[in-house]
Structures are given as structure tokens and as C-alpha cells.
Write a protein that binds this ligand. Structure first.
Ligand SMILES: Nc1ncnc2c1ncn2[C@@H]1O[C@H](COP(=O)(O)OP(=O)(O)OP(=O)(O)O)[C@@H](O)[C@H]1O
Length: 257
């Protein structure tokens, strides 16, 4: 099977600092990849390159046979992106905002309206559809961002910590949405620190540490070699062996200061 996303020797530097150190990754159609790693490991940097936001990188990225350097716009149209939080235009209403993003993807007004209303309704936001978003809670804004990333029915969905601020019911719904999208044959690239969710939704887990991939496999495969929960696997492979000692030091230091 041909990979839908092919990443070769991806390297990224910010000044002197090399934050991606030769990432090689093939993602196959219909996979849900859980892309995990400690703070600062390079997850968001990988995602920003993949969605065409950061152009200054070394290596090759191909999406559905399109080269990211030369066909950036085409690739942007194939991918839906859900950020953790974004500067949403909060003077707009959800309908105005979704209409704006839908038009960027050259969708028809009628299609935008039908899909936006359906998706807002599913998230319990239909009655807020014409309300300015500066009055919205963090979770309500996040729901609009999720809808905005999925509105154009992209073949590939990239989510960077999408559950931030969502209540328990919305988290369950997003997990359900991810498995429905997978059933429709969509490919999902999912970055998160929520190990329990990653463990449940991903059919392949890629762990990145200090800019390099240190593990790649199904949860079952990783479990066999590295530990029985994703949290333990994570701690083991990212070199954190004494988290309770670190917590103890933190509390004692805090008490004395
Ligand atoms: N614009 C920037 N300028 C300089 N350094 C940056 C910039 N953006 C990110 N970095 C650095 O690149 C490294 C990787 O950052 P990145 O945001 O990709 O990590 P991450 O794995 O997504 O982390 P987190 O889990 O905390 O979101 C970090 O050391 C970060 O300080």
C-alpha cells in the first residue's frame, strides 16, 4: 500500500537549535496515528510543517503524492487542522467564522450552512450559532475550532491536542468522531498528552523525544517491549524514571520558598 503521508529525513532548526533530527515516517490511508512525546519534543513543529505553516525545513514531505514544497496549497486543501487553541476571530459568530473558513476551501454557501448547522447541533451549539464568540467559554471555542477543521470533509485530519478545555461528554464525542472518520477511510494524525485517549483511539503510536522517533508501533507491540500502560511506556522511553522524586522536590522547594 502506498503511504498517504511520507516524511523523509525531516529536520528543522530554530537558529542553532535543531528541534527535529531526521524524522522518517510513512502514514498509511485509514490509520489513526497517535503522535506523542514530552513537552518540547517537536510534535507541534512536525504538525506545522505537515500542514504547510512552516516552510523552512530540510528533508522531504509528500502528501498523496504531492510534494509539500511545491504543492503547498493543494496539500492544505487535503488536510483539516484542529489546533489546541487559536486566535479565533471572536467578534464573529460561529456561523460567520465557519462560513469564512468554508469559503477559504471554496465550498458552496449552501453546503457550508448545512454542514455547519449539523456539526454545531451535534456539539450542542446550535442555539449559539449567531452569538458572538467573545462570549464563549474555552470549550465552546474549541468545539468551533474542531468543526472548522472538519467542515471541508478533508481526507487527512491533523489534530494538535484537540481536547483542550472540552467537557467529559465532548471528549467522548470527539473519540467517537475519530473512529467514525476512520471508518470513512480518513487518515488521522493525532497529537496529545492524554495517554488514556491516545491508547484507546490510535491504531499506531509514534513516540518522539528530543526531535527523534524513539518508538513506533501498535499499543500491543509497545506494551510487549516497554511496559503495560502508555504512561509507563512514555516515561520509560523518554528517560523519566523518577517522577515521584521530582514531584517531591518540587513540593519541598515550594514549601521553603
Ligand atoms: N518559533 C520558535 N522559535 C524558536 N524555538 C521554537 C519555536 N517554536 C518551537 N520552538 C522550540 O522547538 C522545540 C519543539 O517545540 P514544539 O512546540 O514542536 O514541541 P511539542 O512537542 O509540541 O511540545 P508541547 O508538548 O509542549 O506542545 C522546543 O524546544 C521549542 O522551544
Amino acid at each position: 500500500m502506498q503511504p498517504i503521508i511520507s516524511i523523509r529525513d525531516l529536520t528543522k532548526r530554530y537558529g542553532e537549535k535543531q528541534v527535529l533530527k531526521g524524522i522518517n515516517l510513512d502514514v498509511f490511508p485509514g490509520q489513526i496515528i497517535g503522535y506523542i512525546g514530552p513537552n518540547g519534543a517537536g510534535k507541534s513543529t512536525t504538525v506545522k510543517i505537515l500542514i504547510g505553516l512552516l516552510g523552512d525545513f530540510e528533508g522531504e514531505v509528500n502528501v498523496l503524492g504531492h510534494n509539500l514544497r511545491t504543492d503547498t496549497l493543494t496539500i492544505k486543501g487535503l488536510i483539516g487542522y484542529v489546533p489546541e487553541n487559536a486566535e479565533i476571530y471572536d467578534v464573529l459568530t460561529p456561523m460567520e467564522y465557519l462560513s469564512f473558513t468554508g469559503k477559504l476551501y471554496q465550498m458552496d454557501d449552501a453546503v457550508i450552512e448545512e454542514r455547519a448547522a449539523r456539526m454545531l447541533g451535534a456539539f450542542g451549539l446550535l442555539e449559539n450559532k449567531d452569538q458572538r464568540m467573545d462570549t464563549f467559554s474555552k470549550g465552546m471555542r474549541q468545539k468551533v475550532l474542531i468543526i472548522s477543521g472538519l467542515l471541508h470533509d478533508p481526507q487527512i485530519v491533523v489534530l494538535d491536542e484537540p481536547l483542550s478545555g472540552l467537557d467529559a461528554n465532548a471528549v467522548i464525542m470527539v473519540k467517537e468522531i475519530l473512529s467514525l472518520l476512520k471508518k470513512e477511510g480518513k487518515t488521522i494524525f493525532y497529537c496529545s498528552h492524554m495517554m488514556d485517549v491516545v491508547e484507546k483511539v490510535s491504531d499506531r503510536i509514534v513516540l518522539i523525544n528530543e526531535g527523534s522517533i524513539v518508538a513506533d508501533g501498535t499499543f500491543e507491540q509497545l506494551k510487549q517491549s516497554e511496559g503495560d500502560t502508555l504512561e509507563k511506556i512514555f516515561a520509560h522511553l523518554t528517560g523519566e524514571h523518577n517522577l515521584s522524586g521530582a514531584a517531591d522536590a518540587f513540593v519541598h522547594k515550594t514549601e521553603r520558598t
